[in-house]
Write a protein that binds this ligand. Structure first.
Ligand code: ATP
Length: 219
């Protein structure tokens, strides 16, 4: 039996930009996902970033995904005052979607190579697949030697095809070649602080929201 997987894209989205949106759109298509849930992180105390409130970051995600019906804003982490761990969000999503629904945690290659720093990271594959976007010409296999031995072992044992994702509810690691746009939220924040243009780096509606609410400008 096959079931179209649900994708999960967590991030600070501080702010959301075309790098995130292209990653999601390509993964939607290449992995045959039925939906992608964008889950902005909350505002953990004692941290420098995110720079703007979870409410503003969620509002910008809502504007950015407005015209793609397969993209959904999920505010469960944004509503929490304390730090949320991805593993707990996945436990909730698994309980809500049932045992057989395939879930795919989506991330860029850089994020995957840091996976061993995540809370209870080894349990993630008991709840979801992991789908990693890597730059064409730079496979993850070539870079996995820089990961910890445990992460390398998981990668080698769990590497799977795209077809596997819809036939199983969790447990696989799939790689998708996705051109990486040279855009980051850090770049956008620094350009705003320097009063430089951010046009074409993120949707115009998001840029408008940023200017309207005076976000990322030094006080
Ligand atoms: P910052 O610059 O503040 O660190 P960011 O732009 O990297 O932020 P995040 O919210 O930290 O954005 O990223 C969420 C997810 O999106 C991560 O899995 C990350 O690998 C991926 N991602 C971010 N930017 C890109 C991009 N340009 N292309 C592909 N994936 C991206």
């Amino acid at each position: 039996m096959t079931q179209q997987p649900i994708g999960i894209l967590g991030g600070t989205f501080d702010p959301i930009h075309y790098g995130h949106l292209r990653l999601a759109e390509e993964m939607l298509e290449l992995a045959g996902l039925q939906q992608i849930r964008f889950i902005p992180t909350g505002n953990p105390p004692h941290r420098d970033t995110p720079q703007v409130s979870a409410k503003d970051r969620s509002a910008m995600v809502a504007l950015a995904i407005n015209d793609q019906p397969a993209f959904v804003l999920d505010e469960r982490e944004a509503r929490q005052a304390n730090k949320c761990f991805t593993i707990n969000t996945l436990r909730e999503l698994r309980a809500e979607s049932g045992e057989t629904q395939p879930l795919c945690l989506l991330m860029g290659g850089d994020a995957f190579l840091q996976l061993h720093t995540w809370h209870e990271w080894e349990q993630i594959l008991d709840l979801a697949h992991i789908v990693v976007g890597y730059r064409p010409g730079f496979t993850l296999e070539e870079r996995i030697h820089s990961a910890t031995p445990k992460l390398r072992q998981h990668y080698q044992e769990r590497l799977c095809t795209v077809e596997y994702l819809s036939k199983h509810a969790f447990g696989g690691i799939a790689e998708l070649a996705i051109p990486k746009l040279e855009i980051s939220a850090t770049l956008i924040r620094s350009r705003i602080a320097e009063k430089r243009t951010i046009r074409y780096l993120l949707p115009a509606t998001v840029a408008h929201y940023i200017y309207q609410h005076n976000l990322y400008t030094p006080c």
